[in-house]
Design a protein around this ligand. Structure first.
Ligand code: ADP
Ligand code: MG
Length: 286
């Protein structure tokens, strides 16, 4: 079954003046459809303003479709009765970890979600321990979140979501405020959760190198889906990606340009290691 199903979704931001008359209408999502299967890791890539956050807010029933529909775990988000179940099925992680951490001790922060759900105390502590372990933060359980790095705080925020046992997590640019190390920590943590805990992941980002780890990539531009495919399929199309204002990893672009210039390199090279391997293959052919 699909964990997330988006069917012909369109959404308009409508601005009204003080009399309630429509001042402006902005179509942020224009007839978009896609599905995320249970257990999948899907990345949505797109430059600023392409509609990614608007999409994320639909999946968590913060916004409702102007037309079309959004289904989470078989539940229609437009139906008020489903709100609680939807928010429990799909946990959200946002950009700024400081806005997501409330308690003054790490383990209390992670326990806050399950406590709100009415989970019995013994089980809360079990979940806290397991979640902190899963994001590699167990040794910090008694610390104050204030002392943590951005990447560590974001991992605690993810543990807080995991402790509520969602089937799916939606992350809206979770690394936007982090340094390169923090970004790596968070993205590899997400990949681990997907692989080991089988959590369905929808990762929203404008960094191509973060989308590499996904099973499937959806590229958005100006409210439309413009590309869909595996990382390899997507990253072979360097010119097209650049036309959507997406930054291609340097090594991908170098390999792409060398290939265009006649060097028989592999398609869709994403890492320095792949580049080296591909160069070696050429050398051995001579
Ligand atoms: P992204 O997350 O990809 O940067 P958003 O979903 O935030 O994109 O925004 C998509 C489009 O909708 C942009 O053109 C943005 O200016 C517009 N938009 C976002 N939020 C609002 C709002 N509250 N009112 C009006 N327009 C908005
Ligand atoms: Mg956004």
């Amino acid at each position: 079954m699909d964990m997330i199903k988006v069917d012909n979704l369109s959404f308009e931001y409508i601005r009204r003046d003080e009399n309630g008359d429509v001042e402006s209408v902005h179509k942020a999502i224009d007839n978009v459809s896609f599905q995320v299967k249970k257990g999948d890791f899907v990345a949505i890539l797109g430059a600023n303003g392409s509609g990614k956050s608007t999409m994320a807010k639909h999946i968590n029933a913060i916004l409702y479709p102007t037309s079309g529909s959004v289904w989470v775990n078989g539940l229609n988000t437009a139906d008020d009765e489903n709100l609680w179940n939807i928010r429990q099925s799909a946990g959200m992680v946002f950009q700024n970890p400081d806005n997501q951490i409330i308690a003054t001790v790490v383990e209390e922060d992670v326990g806050f979600g399950p406590e709100n759900l009415g989970v019995p105390t013994d089980e809360i502590w079990e979940r806290v321990e397991k979640s902190l372990k899963a994001v590699g933060m167990l040794e910090y359980r008694h610390q104050s979140p204030n002392k943590l790095s951005g990447g560590q705080k974001q991992r605690v925020a993810i543990a807080g979501i995991m402790a509520m046992k969602p089937q799916c997590i939606v992350l809206d640019e979770p690394t936007a405020m982090l340094d390169p190390n923090g970004r790596k920590e968070v993205i590899s943590t997400v990949k681990e959760l997907n692989k080991k805990e089988k959590v369905t992941v929808l990762l929203i980002t404008h960094h191509m190198d973060e989308a590499v780890l996904a099973d499937k990539i959806i590229v958005m531009n100006k409210g439309h889906i413009v590309m869909q495919g595996t990382p390899k399929e997507i990253f072979t199309k360097v010119d097209e990606l650049k036309s959507y204002r997406l930054d291609v990893p340097q090594v991908t672009e170098l390999a792409y340009e060398l290939k265009k210039a006649g060097l028989p390199l592999d398609d869709g090279i994403l890492t320095v290691d792949e580049f080296v391997l591909s160069l070696k293959k050429i050398q051995h052919k001579d």
